[in-house]
Design a binder for this molecule. Structure first.
Ligand code: ADP
Ligand code: MG
Length: 557
């Protein structure tokens, strides 16, 4: 007979629990959002597995969540008919932090203190928010397909938890919170209703609240309970835009991404052409604290409302990897595999649409909310620029989204604004690439451009020069690097003549210099580009651009 086992929490969990219990005072209600979010994920996972294993649904056909307050016992139970957890899963999922960023999380939480309890979901430790309101938590779970075994996980958050065999008639998980004395408000029907509406209305499964009604008086007094659906219970993206509030979009985004901040912008659309699908895409405000693992979340794929996979790389090009959201396709088969996705015409068509919608969304953001756009640009501009080198189709639009510092010294400018300011006789958009702003601003290469009053864009991001070469031109104006040997600046005939005479006069000097420098330079020539500095290095026609040189140097070539 299996016995009750006691397990110690991982050190990080203990630290986390002590923070949750002792220093987080505000927004305690977020525990409900986190537990409902987990239950919703568990239901999604079950529905996905049931596509190939329909027998998993046999013991309990309903896919739903139930909230059961019990005044007498002072408990609130959050139950779901989802995938459930086996013994080992209980121990692993509710006893260790799988997430690599847990240490950072603890540091952030400790620094920011009570205000940022909202962070908890982002770091993959949402479950422990139960201890904001409960001093004891009991989880009874039965994994789908495991007829015979249910397990109870219990902990008072004092360093350890226990696991023992339990009874549970059907698959799924019940989480019972023994509410702290001062947290009994979470038993109230209206409190629970309004929290669900506020935080969890996006959930595509029914959330049923157990409500009690008293009837009769005296000896006939009875309390009847019934379950009432308290959310819309349809996938948010399937609803009409006019029925969805900004707050609902934002809560859905938070559920999807674990981001605690609202997104900067979103777009919700239906494609009815050859491929039919619904999309809901978000642009986050800030890069996730661990870009790499969060990157994995990307866009979620649904097929006919059924959750298929979390990170569907096939739908999103690399340079849009910051985009979050869902795509729900009507055309893909439910049992779609990675291999199938890779050469699916449907996927290619969705991806194309998604790219266009994302670029349009950014254009709109840049136009309507320039401040927000700059926030986006600072967070993800580097990523977006990669698109210039790889995406021929949207080059013009992407060019319009670029922002650079310039010799105008007034913050970031768009290329369109730059072109609008171009001087008479200026044929090109000039830029200079270098390691830092300071290095480029003082570069002797700019002297003649500055003297003519030509603005120069400062590029200091390692991808910049590569991206600029991908773009080539904007609104018919070529992008020209100020480091190029021949800037092809127009001069009058007199100027040219004077220049030639000048060069003739210095011939002995330039020849001598070439003699000394030998193979280090291709050519030494007299230039009209310098006004204050005596000499500068330039890239000859056909020479490799500076960024490549730097790259090769770094690789020790
Ligand atoms: P996250 O949801 O970010 O993974 P949580 O701390 O909220 O982090 O949950 C930890 C893990 O516990 C989940 O990833 C999931 O595997 C498991 N879990 C939590 N609640 C449930 C549930 N109701 N049903 C099944 N598994 C659950
Ligand atoms: Mg969670």
């Amino acid at each position: 007979v299996p016995q009750r086992e006691t397990h110690a929490f991982q050190a990080e969990i203990n630290q986390l629990l002590s923070l949750v219990i002792n220093s987080l005072y505000s927004h305690k209600e977020i525990f409900l959002r986190e537990l409902v979010s987990n239950a919703s994920d568990a239901l999604d996972k079950l529905r996905f597995r049931a596509i190939t294993e329909p027998e998993l649904l046999a013991d309990e056909p309903a896919l739903e969540l139930r909230l059961i307050p019990d005044e007498a016992k002072g408990t609130l139970t959050i139950e779901d008919t989802g995938i459930g957890m086996s013994h080992d899963e209980l121990v692993k999922n509710l006893g260790t932090i799988a997430h690599s960023g847990s240490r950072e999380f603890l540091e952030t939480l400790a620094q920011k203190g009570q205000k940022d309890v909202q962070l908890i979901g982002q770091f993959g430790v949402g479950f422990y928010s139960a201890y904001l309101v409960a001093d004891r938590v009991e989880v009874v779970s039965r994994a789908a397909g495991q007829e015979q075994s249910a397990w109870r996980w219990t902990s008072e958050a004092k360093g350890s938890f226990t696991v023992e065999p339990a009874e549970r008639a059907t698959r799924g998980t019940s989480i019972t919170l023994h509410l702290k004395e001062d947290q009994k408000e979470f038993l109230g029907e209206w409190r629970l209703r309004s929290l669900i509406t506020q935080y969890s209305d996006y959930v595509g499964h029914p959330i049923k609240l157990q409500v009690s009604k008293s009837t009769g008086t005296g000896d006939d007094a009875k309390t009847e309970t019934s379950l009432e659906v308290v959310n819309k219970a349809s996938a948010l993206w399937q609803r009409a835009k006019s029925d969805i509030t900004d707050e609902q979009y934002q809560e859905f985004y938070k559920h999807l991404t674990h981001d605690w901040e609202a997104p900067l912008a979103w777009t919700h659309f239906k494609a009815d052409g050859n491929t039919q699908f619904t999309g809901l895409l978000f642009v986050p405000k800030q890069p996730p604290f661990d870009l790499d693992s969060q990157q994995q979340r990307g866009v979620r794929l649904f097929v006919k409302r059924v959750f298929i996979m979390d990170r569907c790389e096939e739908l999103v090009p690399q340079w849009l990897r910051f985009v979050r959201g869902v795509i729900d396709s009507d055309d893909l088969p439910l049992n779609v595999s990675r291999e199938l996705l890779q050469d699916s015409q449907v996927v290619r068509s969705i991806r194309k649409h998604l790219v266009k919608k994302s670029v349009d969304l950014l254009e709109k953001l840049a136009k309507d909310k320039p401040e927000d756009y700059l926030t986006f640009w600072k967070a993800f501009g580097t990523v977006l620029k990669e698109g210039l080198a790889t995406e021929a189709e949207h080059k013009d639009k992407l060019g319009g989204l670029l922002r650079y510092e310039s010799s105008r010294e007034e913050g970031l400018t768009s290329l369109a604004d730059y072109v609008g300011r171009m001087k008479e006789g200026q044929e090109a958009i000039y830029y200079v690439y270098g390691e830092s702003r300071k290095a480029v601003a003082d570069s002797p290469h700019l002297e003649t451009l500055k003297q003519r009053g030509f603005e120069v864009l400062y590029m200091t991001d390692p991808v910049d020069e590569w991206a600029a070469q991908g773009l080539r031109e904007f609104q018919g104006k070529p992008l020209v690097s100020a480091l190029q040997a021949d800037l092809k600046l127009q001069s009058t005939d007199e100027e040219k003549k004077a220049q030639e005479q000048h060069a003739e006069g210095l011939k002995t000097l330039t020849e001598k210099m070439k003699d000394v420098l030998q193979e280090s330079v291709r050519e030494v020539r007299v230039s009209d580009r310098l006004t204050d500095s005596p000499v500068c290095l330039v890239v000859p026609e056909g020479g490799s651009p500076a960024y490549l040189e730097r790259l090769l140097q770094q690789r020790g070539r």
